[in-house]
Design a protein around this ligand. Structure first.
Ligand code: HEC
Ligand code: HEC
Ligand code: HEC
Ligand code: HEC
Ligand code: HEC
Ligand code: HEC
Length: 364
């Protein structure tokens, strides 16, 4: 480090000196020679552990991360600086919240999500700098009527900490869908956009009665690395999927070794094929009944905009009182639509939620 810095400072000094001498008068007498500095450590070598043109692994990680929405996403640009959003939308806010043992940061919401959000960079200058910021299980922000809020997705805990529902207040017999702005025709009531941890853990969603029984466990709830087993799997044929892109496609899943124990004949798609049209029907029924405000797109479309769907107010700018049972059905839709896995996160549970929601809306 010292040697690197002294080389850097020396070149800056030489550049500055060249600039200065070019516009100064005659040179003064030379000063006395200084004492030699202590020998620095070989910083070049240490730095090259990670900064090295031939290091395929780390360079591949940087290249993959460039594709990730954590890196390219525009939400940070809108929400940076807001402490209450910083726990999930900024890197330093997330780290501060984690070190305080809280959900939200106290003072920081500045940097975008980067390597430093999940790892400790430039601490020991070796592999230990890639240890994860969170490995332990934690309590969800919102648990609904579940017995407790505890979850544990192993390596995936770091993902779940951000990809979970925001908290919201439920009423007794009726819910109040609060006003978002004086003119908006919708309310922001509900789980927000990243409710995936709740869907995996089956906590926060409402088990409304219907023809389909709810499972008591998630067939995918115990994968060896949780979210990471699927979203960071490597696909040697396509390095632009998995790894630090965090991108998960069904085509990519068939290459993940840890799935083969249960899916020896490839990854099934039957559930997804049932869930997709059911979810579209669910959405259409909510819109027809004046319960959902939607701007564009269908869940599952490549250009589906998760921002475009909210609980609908009857009169723009006026809070709406909604019977609990109806509000339950709207909330369940929001969880599943924003989950966007079409079943993969929890196949039987997601199917039951969607099926029973559609039946409820057809009969009420
Ligand atoms: C253990 C791996 C590792 C070592 C060793 C390492 N770096 Fe880094 N360095 C990184 C990573 C990862 C980033 C990207 C951080 C980010 O974008 O969040 C980075 C970023 C940087 C940056 C860009 C500015 C910044 O801090 O984000 C500079 C400059 C840098 N390193 C210099 C050095 C120097 C000089 C050394 C040796 C003294 C060194 N690095 C050693 C992993 C390492
Ligand atoms: C600091 C909070 C945070 C952490 C930690 C985090 N995410 Fe995210 N993630 C986000 C946010 C915020 C976005 C949306 C970024 C945007 O679009 O601007 C996002 C986007 C994504 C997307 C892209 C979604 C899309 O709309 O295309 C995937 C996939 C994803 N995250 C998976 C993961 C996985 C897997 C992990 C764990 C290895 C993880 N995330 C860890 C906050 C986080
Ligand atoms: C959203 C969280 C997140 C971000 C951002 C992130 N990583 Fe990671 N990284 C992980 C997770 C989770 C693992 C563990 C993967 C596993 O166990 O299979 C990991 C593993 C690694 C490893 C392997 C460590 C080991 O001990 O084998 C390296 C190297 C690494 N990351 C570098 C980076 C670099 C460089 C960046 C920035 C370009 C970065 N990571 C950004 C979550 C993240
Ligand atoms: C069994 C594998 C599996 C597990 C475990 C898993 N996911 Fe997914 N995830 C998927 C699949 C498949 C999709 C749908 C991808 C698609 O079709 O675009 C998806 C979709 C997503 C999306 C939306 C991305 C998009 O491009 O639309 C996010 C964000 C996400 N998962 C995050 C997580 C988080 C966070 C966890 C852990 C709490 C997790 N996932 C656990 C397989 C998995
Ligand atoms: C412990 C066994 C087990 C493991 C390991 C496992 N799965 Fe599954 N998975 C199941 C079962 C059981 C189902 C069927 C659930 C149902 O629909 O009834 C399923 C269903 C699925 C579905 C939904 C299929 C559909 O019909 O649409 C997807 C996608 C999936 N798994 C992906 C994966 C991926 C990717 C992995 C590896 C990361 C994986 N699974 C690992 C047990 C497992
Ligand atoms: C519990 C973590 C968490 C908190 C707190 C949080 N968000 Fe988010 N937010 C997310 C995640 C995760 C996503 C991305 C979900 C995805 O792409 O799957 C997201 C997505 C968004 C989006 C983009 C929706 C789109 O169309 O893609 C906006 C806008 C947003 N958040 C605004 C906010 C604001 C404003 C706040 C503070 C008032 C906030 N968020 C607080 C986790 C959080």
């Amino acid at each position: 480090m010292k040697k690197f810095l002294s080389t850097l400072m020396l070149s800056l000094f030489v550049a500055a000196a060249a600039f200065v001498t070019s516009c100064e008068g005659p040179e003064g007498p030379a000063g006395p020679a200084g004492t030699a500095g202590a020998d620095g450590k070989d910083a070049q070598l240490k730095c090259a552990t990670c900064h090295n043109d031939t290091l395929r692994d780390v360079n591949l990680i940087f290249a993959q991360y460039n594709l990730s929405r954590h890196n390219t996403g525009t939400i940070y640009l809108d929400e940076a600086g807001i402490i209450g959003c910083g726990g999930c939308h900024t890197g330093d806010g997330f780290r501060e919240a984690v070190s305080l043992g809280k959900d939200d940061p106290a003072s920081l919401a500045t940097s975008k999500i980067s390597c430093r959000t999940c790892h400790t960079i430039h601490n020991n200058y070796d592999q230990t700098d890639f240890a994860l910021a969170i490995t332990e299980g934690f309590n969800l922000r919102y648990k609904g009527d579940a017995d407790d809020a505890a979850v544990n997705f192993k390596t995936g805990n770091i993902c779940a900490k951000c990809h979970q529902a925001r908290s919201y207040n439920r009423g007794g017999e009726t819910d109040t869908w609060a006003v978002h702005s004086p003119t908006a025709p919708y309310s922001r009531f509900g789980p927000h956009y990243g409710a995936i941890a709740n869907v995996l853990a089956m906590k926060g969603l409402n088990k409304i009665e219907g023809p389909e029984a709810y499972p008591t466990n998630n067939v995918h709830g115990n994968l060896s690395k949780g979210c990471v087993t699927c979203h960071m799997g490597s696909n040697p044929k396509n390095p632009a999927a998995g790894g630090h892109t965090f991108r998960m496609t069904v085509a990519q899943m068939s290459t993940i070794e840890s799935c083969k124990g249960c899916h020896s004949d490839g990854i099934p798609t039957a559930r997804a094929a049932e869930i997709k049209p059911l979810l579209a029907e669910y959405r259409a029924l909510l819109i027809e009944k004046g319960l959902l405000y939607s701007t564009e797109g269908e869940p599952g479309d490549a250009h589906y905009n998760v921002l475009g769907e909210y609980p609908k107010l009857e009169t723009p700018g006026t809070a709406r009182q909604v019977p609990k049972a109806l509000s339950d059905v709207v909330l369940n839709y929001l969880y599943i639509a924003k989950d966007r896995s079409l079943g993969a996160h929890n196949p039987k549970f997601i199917y039951a939620i969607v099926k029973n929601g559609v039946e409820y809306l057809k009969n009420n």
